[in-house]
Design a protein around this ligand. Structure first.
Ligand SMILES: *Cc1c(COP(=O)(O)O)cnc(C)c1O
Length: 399
């Protein structure tokens, strides 16, 4: 079974893991400060803080900007559902705005339609690394928080995403582009927000072992994904009966805010290396993305990513226009291809909020398919993915 995602493991990561227990608090602090400075320079954002997770960054931004109970925040109708409770728990009123069906990103028109006199912020996501119309959104005169979890390295007019809004969050989770096995970055050009965040972070204790433990768990997970056992597990779990429950369990087990844990020295070393390799990674994966997009069977439409800028690679997602996603997935499994569908791609947050006014997000949720394309995938493997997709289309035609 070709898995839908894989984590890249470097010997250098292992070396950092082995050295982590010997880092002095002073060395750890210096590593984190060096990472923050390099990140700030690379993304062209004056202040950058390494934090516990992307979610932690979002919470710090929302609190730091002074958003209060009863304030409205516009969110994408298609994004990570776990962000919702973080905002709702603060008493904020979440107003989803519909998406463009080709790029799956927010549009200026849909955000305008969702605006009210109580709107205090817009959470703008660059979905799957595709820049949204961030310039247009920033012109609306409401503070824009940029969710760059998928998009480090993407640019608009040559300028990195994250540098347009009042503040930005990045994720350093194992499955994201800058994998430090957990952690995130809060970046901002607002000195007042930076001062507040700096003061909060200074009070957090720094420990190496939580990130070390997480990395060890991820290695075990990766060993399972690379083993013959994976094909069996994928068929057992990724079906109509179990997939949603498993996805929920997996997300609860792996994704947490963890604000009590400061970013560690080991994570900073990992993140510095990944940051220095970001352009190279992009140069390797982008041609593979293009090759896969060009080779898709006719009933798939790949995401449109370049309307407003130059995308960064995160995942390969296309809409399937040929019918039921459960059936598609099941057929793909029999051909040895693991596809992600529904909440395994992203969530229909409008529906989660009990709303029915974002039909395009609902449609994309019902069509989006995650097709395997990941770090370290060889051209040979990619040819296999293409071959199996074509076999799928052939089987459908003849049935
Ligand atoms: C991953 C992700 C985040 C942040 O995630 P953490 O796991 O908390 O680092 C935020 N937004 C989106 C859309 C994401 O996919």
């Amino acid at each position: 079974m070709i898995p839908r995602r894989r984590i890249r493991l470097d010997w250098a990561d292992l070396a950092d893991w082995l050295k982590a227990p010997f880092l002095s608090p002073c060395q750890s602090r210096a590593e984190v400060a060096a990472f923050e400075a390099e990140f700030s320079r690379a993304m062209n954002i004056p202040h950058a803080f390494a934090v516990a997770s992307g979610r932690d960054a979002l919470c710090l931004i929302v609190d730091g900007l002074g958003l209060q109970r009863g304030d409205e925040i516009i969110i994408p109708a298609y994004t990570l559902g776990e962000l919702l409770p973080l905002l709702a728990d603060r008493g904020l009123i979440l107003v989803p705005a519909d998406i463009d069906p080709e790029s799956y990103n927010l549009t200026v028109a849909s955000v305008c339609a969702a605006m009210s006199p109580r709107t205090r912020a817009i959470l703008a996501l660059h979905l799957l690394g595709a820049p949204c119309d961030i310039v247009g959104l920033c012109r609306l005169g409401i503070p824009v928080i940029e969710d760059c979890a998928h998009a480090p390295g993407a640019t608009v007019d040559g300028r990195p995403v994250g540098s347009f809004g009042v503040a930005a969050l990045f994720s350093l989770e194992a499955n994201k582009a800058l994998a430090a096995f957990g952690g995130g970055v809060l970046a901002t050009r607002d000195p007042a927000l930076a001062a507040k965040v700096g003061a909060i972070l200074a009070g957090r204790p720094r420990q190496e072992w939580p990130a070390m433990k997480k990395m060890a768990f991820k290695w075990v997970e990766e060993a399972v994904i690379r083993s013959p056992l994976y094909g069996f597990l994928a068929r057992l779990l990724f079906n109509e009966r179990w997939a949603r429950r498993f996805e929920g369990f997996y997300r609860r087990a792996t994704g947490r805010v963890r604000p009590q844990i400061a970013f560690s020295g080991m994570q900073a070393r990992l993140a510095r290396r990944k940051l220095s390799q970001l352009a190279q990674r992009q140069a390797r994966l982008e041609p593979l993305w293009q090759q896969l997009a060009a080779a898709l069977p006719a009933d798939f439409a790949p995401q449109k990513r370049d309307t407003f800028g130059t995308p960064a690679f995160y995942n390969f997602v296309a809409r399937y226009l040929g019918g039921n996603l459960q059936d598609l997935r099941q057929q793909a499994q029999t051909l040895g291809l693991d596809l992600g569908i529904h909440g395994e791609v992203m969530d229909d947050t409008a529906r989660m909020l009990g709303r029915t006014d974002c039909p395009k997000a609902a449609a994309v949720f019902g069509q989006a398919v995650l097709i395997p394309l990941y770090d370290g995938m060889s051209r040979n493997r990619l040819d296999q993915v293409v071959g199996r997709l074509q076999a799928l289309a052939e089987a459908k035609k003849s049935s």
